[in-house]
Structure formats: structure tokens, C-alpha cells
Design a protein around this ligand. Structure first.
Ligand code: ZN
Length: 529
């Protein structure tokens, strides 16, 4: 569906901009030897406050002992996993990282996975540098170990760097692609021979606490895309290979990912030298559970409690083997999520619906231009934006401006549409007051020929009934936690406006590692001692 390459785009590195961003934070007496950067896939910040009284583990430790920015955003329009992870340690918006959407994220057939169990993947589309590059410029001994259930969750936080980058293969192994290595390190092979996922065969996911501790209704027909299987207990298949292939749907996947992260910390001796190393962990089950059951479900509630306990055990293990005075932790999310249309929510989602008309309208316009040009690659609707090759339209005796004008007029009339913007006009928008305009401007790289962007009314979903999802410029998808923990940070709740792009410059200031290019983010000085 995603045909950027017809415009000669997608893969390539922009010329590096030589420029130093001021990182003159207070010089810490001892530079941290380890940064643990945690990204919880699809975590909304209200999960901390909503479940606070039942959090006793790692989330509680970070929330009560860290600097928590409650008014923080992934401040771009297409709030998906790949763009969100491209921001976390780059300090730059997707406009600059070049990662626009999941389907033009890390997929790369030229870099197959070692041992199979997934598609080939690499950071070939990622542009520019990230924190590990800045650390290595300062001290070449700095290393990163980046892990996730998802390829994009492991790859993008470390940019193009050929670090220790591993994700989960459906074979039940952690693996990587040929972009990073030709063979798996011995410690990874040894970890895989333990076949931990097979041990989950036949296991039942039941509530962690007494059922009375959960206020959510369990049996909600819309959950699981209406396919049933929406009540506890949730059973893993009894066949070990099948259990491994569906592990992503269960809370245990996060525990398994954390175990693999710690195994790498130990094998690579991260955080034991004079330099700063990075342990990057992206935890994906909150996303899987949020998609299947929604942000207001009993399942999501239980997943957050389990994540809290897993992270608690993780920090207990970590601080046994590393000096806590030299470890800093950062936590954020790649995006939030919208409730299922029609499901009672903590959100004001009464107007939420599945809307088909804006898609039909766009596809009809696409088909008309394709018929006129006898070429379907010059005028492309890639939900939620329109790509136009103006030269090809003109050569085919179509006026690009008239065709685009007609497209905009038709989309504006489609039920469910909030606004239809020409990218050209957004450049003149009030980016302080108009968050949606600002998020679109932060989204689209200047060399991508996006002419029109369409934003649905809040809580509306594109297309037919399906799973709960995210991806819009609305606050419920963009609002995420931004949290720092460790000796250099002043604990507390901060309600100032903050963005995920601000995390990398803040960490770079703490770590005395000047960025190697111009960033979009700024140092969050209020959190620094
Ligand atoms: Zn997702």
C-alpha cells in the first residue's frame, strides 16, 4: 500500500547538519555509567494515576521517585509505533527522522532475520543521529543493547548505529537482522536454548488481584474486534510452538523481554566502565492488549499491574548488580490509544464511530486520476494523506491544483471528517494554538510530496469495525508519559508542556554528550538538579 519509492523516496540519508546544540547543563560529579531507556508501547499517562493505588513495583518506583511530566506529547500527527520510536532518543520529529508510518518503517527485505521468524528489517529509512552516536563521539567505548518484541521498537531508538539490537522472532527466539550481524552472539544462542516461550504453553492469564479490585466490566462485546474471547481467563495454546508464536498477546512477553535485556546487560558488562552505556527496552504487550481489549478494559488494567510487577523485579535485579548512584532511567511511550467506539470510557468518546465515507471518497478520486493518466502511481491516497506527483499530472494534461482542490472539497463533505488541510497552508498556521496543524508540520519530511492531510473528528476511526487503535494527531493518541529517574533528577510532578523530542537533549545534557546535529527538542531543565 505504501508506494513512496515511486517518488524515489524512502531510503537515504540526508546530509548531516554540522551544528552543536547547547548542552550546558550542570556538570554532574560522576557521569552515569548506564542509561536505561524504557518505552512502553501504547502507554497513556493516565494509566499511572488511574491505577496508582494498586501499583507497588517498578511503575510505582518511577512514578513516586522520578520527575514525571504529566503534560507531555509525542507532538506529531501519525501516532504510530515506528515514528514514535524514531523520536525517543533522536530528539527530532519524524519530519526529520524520516520515519513517517509503520508501513514505511523498518521493513527491509535486504536485511533478513537471522534464523527466520519475521520479516527482514533495518534502519535504512532512518535519517540522522541519536544519543548512542553522540555518546560514542565522546567516548568510543559506549555501547547500546536495544531489545523489544517488535523490530521497530528495538531498531529505531538507536538510529542507524550497528549496536546490539534484538527483537522477538515468532520461532520463540530473540534474533536480529543481517544489517547488524551475520551470526548470533554466543550469549544470545545460549539464552535461546532455554526455550522460555515454550514454557508458557497451556498457561492461563488470570487476574493478578481479587476480581473485586477491578471496576471494569469484563464482558464487553466490542472487545477483540467482536470475535469473542473477551473474558478472563485467557489461555495460551498447549502446543509449545503455537504458544511461542502468540506470546506477543500475553503479559509474559514483557517479562521475557526484560529477562533478555538483563541477560545482555550481564553478557556485555554494560554500565561497568567509565563511559555511559545504554540499555534500551521497548515493552510491547500493553500495545497488544490495548488493541485487542481497549484502554478501558479489565485486561488493560491487569496488564498494567503485571507490567508494574515485572519492572519491579527488573529494577531489583538491576540494582543488585549495578551501583544505583550511577544509573539513570527514562520512560516514555511511542503513542497513546483511543477507546473502542461505542464502549463506555474514561474518555469523552460519545461521538466515536467507524467512518467509511472519507476512505471511499479518497479512493474514488485516486481511481479517477489513475484512469485519466493510465498510471496509478502518481496520485496516491495513503491514509491519512495524499501524495501527488505534480509533474506527472501536468504531463498528463491534468491541472494538479484543480484536481487537489476537488479532492479537498469532496473530503470536507465526507461525514466524520474534522478538517482537510493543504500542507502548503499549514506552514502559515498558528502552531501554538493549533496543535493539529503543528503535529502535521512535525510529521511530514519536506521531500515527501504530501499535498493534503485529513484529520477525522475526535474518537472516529477510519474504515470498518476492527480493533481499538491509535495513529491520529488528537491528544488521546499523542499524550504520553515522560519520566526521568535517578540521582541527577528532581523528583516531582511537572505540569509544564513537554515533548518526547525533549528527552534526548535532556539526557545528552546530563551525560555531557553534545548532539551531533540540530535537534527539535529542548533541555527540560526543571527536572535537573
Ligand atoms: Zn499499536
Amino acid at each position: 500500500m505504501h508506494r513512496f519509492r515511486v517518488f524515489g523516496l524512502g531510503v537515504g540519508l540526508l546530509p548531516a547538519i554540522a551544528c552543536a546544540q547547547g548542552t550546558s547543563g550542570p556538570a554532574p560529579t560522576t557521569t552515569p555509567s548506564l542509561l536505561v531507556f524504557i518505552t512502553v508501547d501504547q502507554m497513556r499517562p493516565d494509566y499511572f494515576s488511574r491505577f496508582e493505588s494498586q501499583l507497588t513495583g517498578g511503575l510505582a518506583r518511577l512514578y513516586h521517585g522520578g520527575a514525571f511530566y504529566s503534560n507531555a506529547f509525542q507532538d506529531h500527527a501519525i501516532t504510530e509505533t515506528a515514528p514514535g520510536h524514531s523520536v525517543t532518543m533522536s530528539g527530532r520529529f519524524p519530519r526529520s527522522t524520516g520515519i513517517v508510518e509503520n508501513s514505511a518503517g523498518v521493513e527491509d527485505p535486504r536485511a533478513p532475520m537471522i534464523g527466520g521468524g519475521g520479516l527482514g528489517a533495518s534502519p535504512a529509512r532512518f535519517r540522522g543521529t541519536v544519543l548512542i552516536d553522540w555518546l560514542q563521539k565522546k567516548d568510543p567505548r559506549s555501547r547500546a543493547h536495544s531489545v523489544s518484541r517488535k523490530d521497530r521498537g528495538a531498531i529505531l531508538p538507536v538510529g542507524r548505529a550497528k549496536q546490539s539490537v534484538f527483537w522477538y522472532a515468532t520461532t520463540g527466539n530473540f534474533s536480529t537482522s543481517t544489517y547488524y550481524a551475520d551470526t548470533l552472539p554466543t550469549w544470545v544462542q545460549r539464552f535461546n536454548t532455554r526455550q522460555i516461550p515454550a514454557a508458557y504453553a497451556g498457561k492461563s492469564w488470570d487476574l493478578l488481584l481479587d476480581p473485586k479490585q477491578y471496576s471494569e466490566v469484563d464482558d464487553v462485546p466490542q472487545e477483540n474486534a467482536g470475535r469473542g474471547g473477551n473474558t478472563f481467563p485467557h489461555l495460551a495454546p498447549t502446543d509449545p510452538a503455537q504458544a511461542a508464536s502468540v506470546l506477543a498477546a500475553f503479559p509474559w512477553m514483557d517479562d521475557f523481554t526484560l529477562q533478555f535485556a538483563l541477560a545482555g546487560l550481564d553478557a556485555m558488562k554494560l554500565g561497568t566502565g567509565p563511559q555511559t552505556d545504554i540499555l534500551a527496552i521497548s515493552l510491547s504487550t500493553t500495545d497488544a492488549v490495548g488493541h485487542a481489549f481497549g484502554p478501558d478494559s479489565r485486561e488493560l488494567h491487569d496488564q498494567i499491574l503485571r507490567l508494574d510487577r515485572y519492572l519491579g523485579a527488573f529494577f531489583d535485579s538491576l540494582y543488585k548488580v549495578r551501583d544505583s548512584s550511577r544509573v539513570i532511567v527514562a520512560l516514555t511511550a511511542d503513542h497513546g490509544v483511543a477507546p473502542y467506539p461505542g464502549v463506555k470510557s474514561h474518555d469523552p468518546n460519545g461521538s466515536g464511530a467507524y467512518v467509511r465515507a472519507p476512505l471511499d471518497t479518497a479512493w474514488a478520486a485516486e481511481a479517477r486520476v489513475a484512469a485519466a493518466l493510465r498510471d496509478s502511481t502518481r496520485f496516491i491516497w495513503d491514509t491519512p494523506f495524499l501524495l501527488v506527483n505534480r509533474g506527472a499530472l501536468t504531463a498528463g494534461k491534468l491541472s494538479p491544483d484543480s484536481v487537489i482542490k476537488a479532492f479537498v472539497a469532496a473530503e470536507r463533505k465526507a461525514p466524520g471528517v474534522l478538517r482537510v488541510d493543504l500542507m502548503r497552508d499549514l506552514a502559515r498556521a498558528d502552531t501554538v494554538k493549533d496543535a493539529i496543524a503543528r503535529r502535521w508540520l512535525h510529521m511530514v519530511p519536506p521531500d515527501l510530496p504530501v499535498e493534503v492531510v485529513v484529520t477525522l473528528r475526535p474518537y472516529n476511526y477510519w474504515g470498518e469495525r476492527g480493533i481499538a487503535t491509535h495513529g491520529t494527531p488528537h491528544d488521546y493518541d499523542a499524550h504520553v508519559p515522560v519520566l526521568f529517574y535517578g540521582p541527577p533528577f528532581k523528583p516531582g510532578k511537572y505540569d509544564e508542556f513537554a515533548r518526547v523530542v525533549d528527552m534526548a537533549p535532556t539526557l545528552a545534557a546530563i551525560l555531557n554528550a553534545p548532539p551531533l546535529e540540530r535537534l527539535d527538542g529542548q533541555i527540560l531543565r526543571s527536572a535537573i538538579r
